[in-house]
Design a protein around this ligand. Structure first.
Ligand code: SAM
Length: 352
């Protein structure tokens, strides 16, 4: 029930909570939809699978009218209760399978001009929970839903897993939204914007800052933006930027160079909402000199970064920290396994 922290005003069952969009994300997407369609006189939106209503409630604050549909009677009841608690009077609830509805008639009746959907990605299979990133496996099936909606309501906003492969015959913007979830876990969600909601090819957003980068995923490498060696500072790039492939755009904003897919580097210290962590590089050393260097920087604990299997990670961490324990070091030091060379980088996190 830890989701209560994120959905303060929302009532719901456990599965409803797990599937609900966190309030910070729902509010951002709703506001973003209204801003993208700022020229529309009014927005009348259909939420095709509203669950316990987190998105529908957020949409009701910025839209003229929300038609909220869900095939699960219990969840829909909870969504209605939540709307009452939040005094949202502009939502009409319908319990139905979205594919059984006559969209043309509903569009006319309620003047619907935008469609929203957050299909279920957490599924139960043989009594076990399974997460899917496959658009054809979600409930409702995301591909079928897009095809069902596209002719009647081409302005669509569809939520998907950030790992989803999107190969559609319809142009859309892929917006990757990143935020800090439960227990400080980094979360990323993919939002697909169609029709007049589309602003660019791909974008990345970090919450709560609402900082955005828009661009096109660069297929060709611009050599000038790369550094073949790490410079004085290293910056771990937020997952939403990595997934969007917008590292090049980030170098322009920060005057840094790309060191690896997940790290930028610079001589002068830089700051950005799109950095997960910033590190000062302390030393570059050979594997055999690691302990000697760690002692020099008073290391007690280490965090290993780079391509390493979990069992290897634990083994290396235990071995190194076991030796360091004898020297009573106090600092937490980050070590980076550099795939481009056989050296190890030693760094200290600047922000914590
Ligand atoms: C991820 S949940 C939606 C969560 C919601 N956005 C919220 O924040 O509370 C997906 C919902 O889709 C509903 N659903 C699945 N297939 C459906 C269909 N064919 N028609 C209507 N609703 C459907 C499920 O009952 C579930 O409540």
């Amino acid at each position: 029930m830890k989701y209560r922290k994120f959905l303060k005003k929302i009532d719901g069952d456990n599965i409803g909570y797990e599937s609900a969009t966190p309030e910070i994300v729902a509010n951002f997407i709703a506001k973003d939809i209204s801003e993208r369609l700022g020229s529309y006189a009014s927005i009348n939106i259909i939420d095709c699978c509203c669950g316990i209503g987190s998105d529908a409630l957020a949409l009701s604050k910025v839209c003229n009218f929300v038609l909220a549909v869900d095939k699960n009677k219990e969840r829909l009841k909870i969504a209605e209760k939540n709307a009452k608690i939040s005094r949202c009077k502009n939502i009409k609830f319908i319990c139905a399978d979205i594919f059984d509805l006559n969209l043309k008639n509903l569009k006319e009746e309620y003047k619907l001009n935008v469609a929203f959907a957050d299909p279920q990605r957490r599924l139960t299979e043989n009594g076990k929970f399974k997460r899917t990133s496959n658009l054809a496996e979600t409930s409702p099936n995301t591909i079928n839903l897009i095809n069902f909606l596209r002719t009647e309501i081409p302005d669509m906003c569809i939520l998907a897993s950030s790992n989803a492969e999107v190969n559609l015959d319809l142009p859309c913007e892929k917006a990757y939204i990143g935020w800090e979830g439960r227990k400080g876990k980094r979360e990323t969600l993919l939002v697909l914007y169609f029709g007049n909601l589309k602003r660019c090819g791909v974008s990345a957003v970090v919450l709560p800052a609402c900082a955005q980068i828009c661009g096109t995923k660069s297929e060709t490498e611009n050599k000038e933006n790369f550094s073949d060696k790490p410079l004085k500072y290293l910056y771990e790039i937020k997952d939403c930027v990595v997934k969007a492939g917008l590292q090049n755009e980030l170098t322009k904003l920060t005057e840094c160079k790309i060191w690896t897919e997940k790290f930028l580097t610079s001589e002068k210290i830089a700051e950005s909402n799109f950095f997960e962590n910033r590190f000062k590089l302390l030393a570059v050393c050979a594997h055999e000199n690691l302990i000697e260097n760690l002692k020099k920087f008073n290391a007690g604990k280490i965090v290993i970064r780079g391509k390493i299997m979990p069992e290897e990670y634990t083994k290396m961490k235990n071995e190194v920290e076991g030796i360091l324990a004898k020297f009573k070091g106090k600092e937490k030091i980050h070590i980076f396994l550099d795939d481009k060379s056989d050296k190890i980088l030693i760094g200290k996190c600047i922000d914590f």
